[in-house]
Design a protein around this ligand. Structure first.
Ligand SMILES: *[C@@H]1O[C@H](CO)[C@@H](O)[C@H](O)[C@H]1NC(C)=O
Length: 500
């Protein structure tokens, strides 16, 4: 199963009753590491480390001035400019690595000299060479079968839509895989054959950006600070101290990572994946990982602990090329985030009221320019705005939207409401330049206590989408106060009138 619902990924949390622990495939046990990590997350929020951003949005704003000049001076040139950029039809007959009959995409096929091969390919495809250093392709996926959770496929669709939106806004390619590429690499191991194949199929991309299906962008403006990662090949959310000193398997999260398309990464993934279920050493690795990371509570070898192991134990070999990011929500834990959306929205609304330029209507294509401008106002300054900055990625670890087998640490309702709120919070940022927005992030006034209890006991989240959202239409007054005129559309959205 190409599931991106890794049951075991980091679940940092504040104290919760340990009586809910189930030694089952779907539950995540609490541990000191988890508690510690929860603390780390809180500290992150309170201290407001967001101040330390360098330049999250590179200032590669297209020079509109020159384009305009061309248009007015000679329209013919303007037509030519449309043919610039990657040439999708040009593939010269020169031999590249693709012509090697030995070339293959599977995990078993070793790739050598990849950096050279990529470079050669780019040389033969000059239209792709331009901008290659910054090119990112987002890769994600889910299982081949329909979701067990009745609203699972709908949720995955919305999670995917969010990623498509983010990629469109920033000019990234996106690839969604839902075929199991290696019959034995199931669960959280399924993504490695996908990532490897994506690397080989996309020599034009410098970075492969894996994002789990249950993670979403909750700051559509923010861009990865690639400059910061220029000497690294793998970026994950994590804390060195938790891995090196505490030896906690939750010292990082492998659900979202940025990996450079280079030989180092292929070698690293070979070693990493050699702990997986397709190898005879799978059981042995389970034991090794568990004895190294004492807070790991389940016996199977998993990719997250495997990564922590390579960083902590094979430190000299790999660690200096792995960047553990913790200064912003490279990947944030949902339970800590979903309660902050209202206050964050308020802060952004305030900023928009103050800054005339941010209220200007504009084409979606040029949104990065406004994102960059907005960024200046929502970080820094005298106020502690750290916790009022939109979190970049919110990850619904443990909620399992597709199977519905959510971790019993949470109620189905907490997962569902959290997802709904996060999806709407993000979607508002997309709808806004299209002239609309959701009225409310997800009023749950229509909750039925009996169905809630049922959902908590059973393994599947059986929730009715509409009972939650329709009720939110009554919140128009609040929008009016925010300068948004109430023109009801069908169900969920309202037209936004940008104040002059
Ligand atoms: C939102 O802001 C209000 C007022 O400043 C504060 O009392 C409340 O605790 C904040 N909510 C969250 C979840 O941070």
């Amino acid at each position: 199963m190409v599931s991106s619902e890794p049951s075991y990924h980091t679940v940092p949390t504040m104290a919760k009753s340990s009586t809910h622990f189930h030694r089952s495939k779907t539950s995540i046990f609490l541990s000191d590491g988890c508690l510690f990590l929860g603390g780390a997350f809180s500290a992150l929020l309170i201290v407001g480390v967001f101040f330390s951003f360098t330049t999250p949005i590179p200032s590669n704003i297209p020079n509109l001035g020159s384009v305009t000049t061309k248009f007015t001076a000679a329209p013919a040139v303007a037509c030519e400019t449309s043919s610039s950029g990657p040439d999708l039809r040009f593939d010269p007959p020169d031999r590249t690595f693709y012509d090697d009959p030995e070339m293959g995409y599977t995990m078993e096929k070793k790739v050598h000299n990849w950096d050279k091969k990529r470079e050669e390919w780019l040389k033969h495809h000059p239209s792709f060479a331009a901008g290659a250093k910054e090119r990112i392709m987002l890769v994600t996926g889910s299982q081949p079968k329909p979701c067990k959770n009745p609203i699972g496929d709908h949720l995955l669709l919305r999670f995917f839509k969010n990623k498509v939106d983010y990629c469109r806004l920033h000019g990234y390619d996106i690839y969604y895989n839902n075929a199991l590429l290696h019959p034995k690499m199931f669960g959280y191991w399924a993504k490695y054959p996908v990532v490897k194949a994506a690397m080989l199929a996309h020599p034009e991309a410098e970075w492969i950006y894996w994002v789990d299906s249950d993670a979403l962008f909750t700051d559509m403006d923010f861009k990865l600070p690639l400059e910061r990662y220029k000497d690294h090949n793998l970026v994950v959310h994590g804390w060195p101290r938790l891995i090196h000193e505490k030896r906690s398997w939750t010292g990082l999260n492998a659900g979202v990572f940025l990996i450079r398309n280079c030989q180092w990464s292929l070698d690293f993934m070979d070693v990493w994946a050699s702990m997986g279920p397709q190898t005879p050493n799978y059981e042995k690795w389970g034991k090794t990982l568990r004895s190294t990371f004492k807070d790991k509570f389940f016996p199977e070898s998993d990719d997250q602990t495997g990564l922590a192991y390579l960083i902590a134990i094979e430190k000299d070999k790999w660690a200096d090329k792995i960047y553990l990011e913790s200064e912003y929500f490279f990947e944030g834990y949902w339970e800590e985030i979903v309660t902050t959306f209202e206050n964050v929205s308020k802060k952004y609304d305030e900023v928009e009221r103050k800054v005339r330029e941010l209220r200007r209507k504009h084409a979606e294509k040029v949104s990065e320019r406004y994102g960059e401008l907005r960024e200046k106002f929502v970080r820094g300054g005298d106020e502690v705005v750290g916790r009022l900055k939109r979190p970049f990625i919110t990850h619904f670890t443990g909620c399992q939207p597709c199977s519905g087998d959510h971790n019993h640490m949470y109620s189905a309702d907490a997962c569902w409401n959290g997802m709904l709120r996060a999806l709407n919070f993000a979607d508002n940022q997309v709808l806004r330049p299209h002239g609309y927005m959701h009225l409310d992030l997800g009023d749950n006034g229509a909750k039925d206590p009996s169905s809630l209890e049922k959902a908590d006991r059973g393994p599947s989240i059986n929730m009715d989408l509409h009972s939650y959202t329709f009720d939110s239409l009554t919140k128009g007054a609040e929008l009016e106060a925010r300068g948004v005129e109430k023109i009801p559309l069908k169900h969920l959205i309202e037209q936004v009138v940008h104040p002059a």
